[in-house]
Write a protein that binds this ligand. Sequence first.
Ligand code: PEP
Length: 249
Amino acid sequence: MTKKKLIAGNWKMNGSLAANEALVKALVAGVGTPACAIAVCVPAPYLAQVQTLVAGSPIELGAQDVSARAQGAFTGEQSAAMLKEFGVHYAIVGHSERRQYHGETDEVVAAKTAAALANGITPIVCVGETLAQREAGQTEEIVKRQLAAVIHVNGHCISEIVVAYEPVWAIGTGKTATPEQAQAVHAVLRAQLHHAASDHAAGIRILYGGSMNAANAAELLAQADIDGGLIGGASLKAPDFLQIIAAAS
Ligand code: PEP
């Protein structure tokens, strides 16, 4: 399989003009010619700044959310077409923080995925179970339900998405899924994708996210169905993010 791994940073609501400049300049200076794809998903106000900073480098620009709507009276939202004007290549959709704090349902996540795809933006669709759901033995059921909603609305276009398995209990907690735990869920998701898009399933990237860092990245990325990482905290430190990129290269 020739698919390159993808290492995507999710800055969440962090950064400033000065901090972003220092971080991205250090990444551009240190990244060399990586064998993996790289993205930074930045807060919306900084898209223009980071678009300029990554220009000419292998680092692509990502947004952290996208509206399901095309335009109109949706205060506070950004449409996929607007993001596209700033060179946005990826948009995270359905991050657990959006599901938890903004009430995003599986249906909304599916509609956001469709809006991104319709505008040539690659959605990074996040799925993952809470600790209570894992302990109740519901992991497989939950992630399959979340992905099924996206498949239902997007049909064969799902060959163009990136999936991120992010166990909620591992996000920002320092608790990482073991490589075996992560691989087991990735295999379930791969099988589901295979069912929906047989010829293309092997080419769809499934990222792992949840306290991935410089120390644990190599072992996670070595798993058969882990095609990259979605990285929160460690993406804010240039040396750490560069080490994860090196582990994927
Ligand atoms: C995330 O926000 O998608 C994430 C995985 O965060 P962290 O790496 O900090 O756990």
